[in-house]
Design a protein around this ligand. Structure first.
Ligand SMILES: C[S@@+](CC[C@H](N)C(=O)[O-])C[C@H]1O[C@@H](n2cnc3c(N)ncnc32)[C@H](O)[C@@H]1O
Length: 239
């Protein structure tokens, strides 16, 4: 049995998130240099939106990478590996988009990832990490029942997704149980377990691992961190 939460739903993920490009527009507008590494690249959505000379996407999930490769441009290359252990040479910039860094389960995994990023950024370029800002207004709600979350057309099928949410604010853990269905009766389940970060924790984590937070934003349009902001987006530079 696979533990890859994306194994059965890679093509659906791609359709659902294909047009969510506000983050990619920001990454491209701030892009520094021609060699960009995207960690937790998934189906390559962010890679495809970067107009760099070389874009390398790395992900653990082969099914996600298959979808990425099928749409890849000549400047893109996709590598199956964990972001906690890689050596792909030097890059001008590293990006970890759309919550991928929050999948790392513990401090050791986060430190290993940051050490590998630090080595890849020997020329001093930026590391950008995008994780969800915890929903502070709902921290007391340990469980949210299954609710409709998305629906769309995937390869000629009408597919819909619901989400059940479990929060553990003490462990800083968010467990999302996504259920997919289509009209033929097909079903799939995807369990996502994410670490939720505080702003101060991000500063400490970076400083303990060879980086400092140069800029932080609360959304992908360049808005500040503020109560209710959806993202914790940080551009880190090597110390
Ligand atoms: C929410 S998806 C984001 C995909 C893509 N970045 C995007 O923006 O559409 C999270 C991705 O992180 C990947 N991932 C989780 N843990 C990983 C790890 N240790 N190393 C590499 N990729 C990982 C998953 O396989 C998944 O593709």
């Amino acid at each position: 049995m696979t533990t890859d939460p994306y194994a059965k739903i890679a093509a659906i993920y791609d359709v659902e998130f294909r047009s969510a490009n506000a983050d990619t527009i920001g990454y491209e507008s701030r892009r520094q240099g021609q060699r960009v590494l995207v960690l937790g690249c998934g189906t390559g959505r962010v890679c495809r939106g970067l107009h760099a000379g070389e874009v390398v996407g790395l992900d653990l999930s082969e099914p996600m990478l298959e979808v990425a490769r099928a749409q890849g441009r000549p400047v893109e290359r996709y590598v199956a590996a964990s972001m906690t252990s890689f050596d792909l040479g030097a890059f001008d910039e590293v990006i970890i988009p759309n919550g991928a860094f929050a999948f790392l389960p513990d401090r050791a995994a986060r430190a290993a990832c940051l050490a590998a990023c630090r080595a890849a950024l020997s020329a001093g370029g930026p590391l950008t990490i995008d994780v969800p800002m915890p929903d502070h207004a709902r921290q007391g709600e340990a469980h949210l029942p299954e609710l409709p979350a998305w629906e769309g057309e995937v390869e000629g099928r009408h597919v819909w997704r619901t989400r059940e949410t479990f929060r553990d604010p003490v462990a800083q853990r968010l467990r999302l149980l996504d259920r997919y269905r289509d009209e033929t009766g097909w079903t799939a389940q995807s369990e996502l377990v994410l670490h939720t970060f505080s702003v101060d924790e991000v500063h400490w984590m970076l400083e303990a691992n060879g980086f400092y937070a140069d800029r932080m934003w609360g959304d992908h349009t360049g808005g500040p961190l503020r109560p209710g902001c959806p993202r914790l987006l940080v551009r880190a530079l090597p110390l």
